[in-house]
Design a protein around this ligand. Sequence first.
Ligand SMILES: Nc1nc2c(c(=O)[nH]1)N[C@H]1C(S)=C(S)[C@@H](COP(=O)(O)O)O[C@H]1N2
Ligand SMILES: [Mo]
Length: 307
Amino acid sequence: MLIKRPPDIKSSEITQKELYLNRRQFMLSASATAVTAGAALAGLDVFPGSRQAVGAEQFANVKKSSYSTSEKQNSFKDITNYNNFYELGPDKEDPAANAKYFTPTRPWTVAVEGEVKKPKTYDIDALTKLSPLEERVYRLRCVEAWSMVIPWIGFPLNALIKLAEPTGNAKFIQFVTLHDPKRMPGQKLPIMEWPYVEGLRMDEAMHPLTILSVGLYGQVLPAQNGAPIRVVVPWKYGFKSIKSIVKIRFVEKQPPASWNMMQPQEYGFYSNVNPEVDHPRWTQATERRIGEFLRRKTLMFNGYGDQ
Ligand SMILES: Nc1nc2c(c(=O)[nH]1)N[C@H]1C(S)=C(S)[C@@H](COP(=O)(O)O)O[C@H]1N2
Ligand SMILES: [Mo]
């Protein structure tokens, strides 16, 4: 199903459409997610000046977070068409184009296991209701020196950690992405060891800035941004923010992390954004904000040093 925006759509019609969408109170349904991805593919889904993509399920009662930056946000179109998600292809345009193989991303479960007193496999809908959802407008700074400002919807990872009750042995958390080459065709390519894995030290995982995101721009997470649930750690390079997770495992030793395993001399385990430490092949002192022409200075810890 392809929803096209007539070029001369009137603002009165937009309002009608939005009211209609809200009234429908879209269920967390496979079809809603599929429509989002399909429409995003066409690149025609966003009404200019509106935060909504036609047909996508909207979250209600999302609190604004005081942790948000007031910087100009990137457009929904940029955020959903310029991605790193190797499971859906190695080029920036691939994830949007290949999202159709990955959707629908429901049903979905996330297993919380390892060094915890309360291991549990959560259904994505239960996980989404685990803690009040907030909008967190964060910068995401890729190690490849581009960045975006994205209005994420999510909740602090520490809410889930507290429920799991880590044992004294839990020093790190490992995150694992879905491994399903049929739905993630990039996994047929030997570009890295699959599944994608990442890790955080327990204090980093508990930090109030670290979130599990289930949406952006007020709606469910598009497939190419890591549907249905991903990590966002705003003071670290983008590759730490692992997408489409199925496992959260509490462990004693520092767990393997995909980019670190692939090129240990280029990507460390901690990978805090630091403009003073260059990548062996390029500078990290500046970055290109997607949609802008001039490069800007990269901030220490991506601007999250104070927290
Ligand atoms: N599973 C998985 N997670 C991933 C990646 C990936 O290839 N696979 N790419 C990472 C990188 S390098 C970046 S910069 C961000 C990009 O997130 P975005 O596409 O939502 O902007 O996702 C990260 N999470
Ligand atoms: Mo990245």
